[in-house]
Design a binder for this molecule. Structure first.
Ligand SMILES: NC(=O)c1ccc[n+]([C@@H]2O[C@H](COP(=O)([O-])OP(=O)(O)OC[C@H]3O[C@@H](n4cnc5c(N)ncnc54)[C@H](OP(=O)(O)O)[C@@H]3O)[C@@H](O)[C@H]2O)c1
Length: 265
């Protein structure tokens, strides 16, 4: 995979001091992948956390996302530079199209991402909330390979086979956002049952299940306890029986479903 297998989400980590501290602590625990976005309003704090940790910049995979309203060509170019200024970094490792909404126009938006990659301002190009059709269309238009498609995946919304196949076709990693469905998944009876049987936390069950499916989860966590709990999931392996039990959860829903989302077509 291009993307490190377990990353740190930062959406909603809004207090700048706390956010920088969460990022610094995560990196010192061993995390090497940090996810932010123009939309989260915390790029400056994330950058402070990255620069403040006792870890070389080259060893950290920093991802940010261009806001859907900033996806016209000139806005992509200008706001990506503004993101780097806020992060106080020379480059990001991954720059995503945050949603195929707003000003997204594939023929105009995607060449701007290529241009930023050519200029070394991002190492990789990614997309987020893309359906199989949108992913294939983007792969045709981009010169850069698509490093990742970041989508909502958790035990209440497992990865769809057609999306997994499309990601494989274009060589994109599947990055799982909201891996706990914003905590809802932590109370699901099947998740709790596997956690109790294994003597691990429900959060670790969700993460181990995602890792077993070759997804790269990016749980958001703020304090040391959650950061450590989630990081330890990298060493856990679920049995086939546990994976099947989680796959069999009947309740299904999507947490992030803004008006105009491509799957609503
Ligand atoms: N591309 C997109 O459109 C998109 C959309 C949504 C999210 N994302 C990305 O994905 C990241 C993760 O998603 P999310 O933040 O929406 O939700 P999430 O990761 O599913 O859930 C975060 C919640 O889980 C709690 N938590 C973390 N570790 C825990 C543990 N070990 N035990 C119990 N509770 C725990 C957190 O609490 P504390 O904060 O108190 O630790 C927080 O309340 C975001 O931060 C963002 O980077 C991307």
């Amino acid at each position: 995979m291009t993307v490190p297998r377990l990353g740190l989400g930062t959406s909603g980590n809004d207090d700048p001091e706390q956010c920088a501290e969460s990022v610094r602590t995560a990196l010192e625990f061993g995390y090497r992948h940090v996810d932010t976005a123009q939309m989260y309003g915390n790029e400056a704090a994330v950058g402070r956390g990255v620069r403040g940790a006792d870890v070389d910049r080259e060893d950290v995979f920093v991802a940010t996302k261009v806001h859907p309203e900033n996806l016209a060509r000139e806005d992509v170019l200008a706001t990506a530079e503004a993101s780097l200024d806020r992060l106080a970094l020379d480059y990001v490792d991954l720059l995503y199209v945050h949603w195929p909404l707003g000003a997204y126009d594939p023929a105009e938006t995607l060449p701007a991402f290529d241009a930023l990659r050519d200029r070394g301002l991002t190492r990789h190009v990614g997309v987020s909330n893309f359906t199989p059709d949108l992913l294939r269309e983007a792969a045709e238009l981009l010169e850069a390979p698509i490093a990742a498609n970041q989508v909502e995946i958790h035990p209440l919304l497992p990865p769809r086979e057609d999306l997994v196949a499309a990601c494989e076709d274009v060589g994109a990693d599947l990055v799982a956002y909201a891996p706990f469905c914003r905590r809802d998944a932590l109370d699901v009876p099947e998740v709790v049952a596997v956690a109790e049987r294994r003597g691990i936390s429900p959060a670790q069950v969700c993460l181990a299940w995602l890792l077993a499916k070759d997804c790269a989860p990016i749980p958001k966590a703020t304090g040391r306890e959650h950061l450590a709990d989630n990081w330890a999931a990298l060493d856990l392996e679920l049995t086939d029986e546990d994976v099947a039990r989680l796959d069999g959860i009947e309740e299904r829903y999507r947490k992030f479903d803004p008006d105009g989302s491509p799957w609503q077509d």
